[in-house]
Design a protein around this ligand. Structure first.
Ligand SMILES: [Mg+2]
Ligand SMILES: [Zn+2]
Length: 185
């Protein structure tokens, strides 16, 4: 069975700007490519799971997102197995409005990854900078790590506590998260 490192994108792999609307907005955070290499070498196949409601909001389209992910893939040394996204927003439109089962904190993208890629939940890890990124793992046998490299950490921790969710670990950034994960064995 293949285990995964389910990775949030904005605030975890690249700097969390308001919306990454084009390739020029993409800034990979320091140490991220090397950290992905260590995950992959340890048997955690990187899979990117990301909310991209900018599509429903009409800020960019699927074609632009594909270009952004192609550029990101090169900068991440082509390590991720896949990039799965939710284009929807309850208040959005452009053909993507309304409720869906894939927008995090719903677990839809995790289930999609399992079905499409054949990865398991047990033994896998989910790493993200916001409560919304971590809550999809609720009730699933996935190790969770909250990183400080994105949204204001204390605010996100408060949201997690309010939801009754305690991540397995907190780390400064992806590299520190991987240090902890691999040291734990
Ligand atoms: Mg995030
Ligand atoms: Zn969705």
């Amino acid at each position: 069975m293949t285990r995964a490192a389910f990775l949030d994108r904005d605030g975890t792999l690249n700097r969390d700007v308001d919306f990454v609307r084009r390739v020029a907005d993409l800034e990979v955070l320091p140490g991220v490519p090397a950290a992905l290499g260590r995950l992959d070498a340890a048997g955690y196949r990187p899979v990117v799971l990301t909310n991209q409601s900018g599509i429903a909001r009409g800020l960019f389209d699927e074609g632009e997102l594909a270009r952004i992910h192609a550029a990101l893939h090169e900068r991440l040394r082509r390590l991720p197995l896949a990039y799965l996204h939710c284009p929807h927003h309850p208040d959005g439109g452009h053909g993507y409005g309304g409720a869906c089962t894939c927008r995090k904190p719903a677990p839809g993208l995790l289930h999609e990854a399992r079905q499409l890629l054949g990865v398991t939940f047990a033994g896998s890890v989910l790493i993200g900078d916001s409560a919304r990124d971590l809550l999809p793992a609720r009730g699933l046998p996935i190790t969770t790590i909250h990183v400080r490299s994105g949204k204001p950490f204390a605010d996100e921790r408060d949201k997690l506590r309010a939801a009754g969710f305690v991540p397995d670990h907190e780390a400064d950034d992806l590299a520190a998260a991987v240090d902890w994960l691999l040291a734990r064995g």
